[in-house]
Design a protein around this ligand. Structure first.
Ligand SMILES: NC(=O)c1ccc[n+]([C@@H]2O[C@H](COP(=O)([O-])OP(=O)(O)OC[C@H]3O[C@@H](n4cnc5c(N)ncnc54)[C@H](OP(=O)(O)O)[C@@H]3O)[C@@H](O)[C@H]2O)c1
Length: 243
């Protein structure tokens, strides 16, 4: 059986990924600040949720030092971690970003995924099939004005995957996956940002107007097909749109 950990399961792509894994029979532990009552009601046996602010790296470290993760992964044929939780804020040029918001973005987008990856590998030592997917972005591979913090954090995930593959840990596959543009709260946040802070906003307004945003459910299905396929991890940096 697949035993999975999905961060940011409370809405958007993470909710669709958790729902997709549960529908495929996996056990899914979700980590986010908010709960997702619908998933708990539908899958009371397979699903657990832990309230966690991943900007609080001390709280996350304390949870990882406890027994819950190892207990959750015990007995799995396949262990999966999807580092999905992420924030696009702060948007704006250097000088307009703010120390607090930068620290929060780096904690959620980089520190938490790297901490979870390390802890998961340690806690699943007996398992021969372990898969870690970082949810990256095209913004980690191409620079965008107003997104220097977001671009830097997503590039960090890509590089983590590329370097971790070189360690050739037994039974471990890692890849950083750009999912494409998805109709979630994050896109609404982008469209609500003044052009002074995100000069490319009109492009994102047009994507929505022209119906070019993918649904979270469609993206999740394609991402899970790849994640659970034999091909996963062969390329540590992939774009779902060109797979
Ligand atoms: N939407 C797109 O077009 C797009 C494109 C490329 C990449 N991505 C990436 O895809 C991933 C999912 O994005 P989305 O569009 O689904 O975003 P979203 O709708 O804003 O959802 C973000 C998720 O991350 C969680 N999260 C945020 N801050 C957190 C914190 N401090 N602690 C714990 N969890 C936190 C949220 O849970 P809580 O609020 O409950 O904590 C929520 O479940 C992100 O990594 C994003 O960068 C999205």
């Amino acid at each position: 059986m697949i035993h999975a950990v999905v961060t940011g399961h409370s809405r958007g792509l993470g909710h669709a990924l958790a729902a997709g894994l549960l529908a495929r029979g996996a056990r899914v532990l979700g980590l986010a600040r908010h709960t997702q009552p619908g998933l708990l009601a539908t899958y009371p046996e397979q699903h657990r949720q832990v309230a966690m602010d991943m900007a609080d790296t001390a709280a996350l470290a304390a949870w990882l030092a406890g027994p819950e993760l190892q207990q959750w992964l015990a007995g799995a044929d396949t262990v999966v971690l999807i580092n999905n939780a992420g924030v696009v804020q702060p948007m704006g040029a250097p000088g307009r970003q703010g120390s607090q918001a930068i620290a929060q973005a780096v904690a959620v987008n980089v520190a938490a995924p790297l901490m979870l990856s390390d802890a998961l590998v340690q806690a699943s030592r007996g398992c021969a099939d372990r898969r870690i997917a970082h949810i990256s972005s095209g913004a980690g591979r191409n620079p965008y004005p107003g997104w220097s913090v977001y671009c830097a954090t997503k590039a960090a995930l890509d590089m983590h995957a590329r370097a971790a593959v070189l360690d050739a840990v037994a039974g471990l596959r890692v890849a950083s996956v750009a999912p494409g543009v998805i109709d979630t709260a994050m896109q609404a946040d982008i469209r609500a940002t003044p052009e002074a802070d995100f000069p490319l906003r009109a492009r994102f307004d047009a994507l929505q107007r022209e119906g070019q945003l993918a649904t979270p459910a469609d993206v999740a299905e394609r991402l899970l097909d790849h994640l659970l396929s034999p091909a996963f991890g062969a390329d540590p940096v992939v774009d779902l749109r060109t797979l």
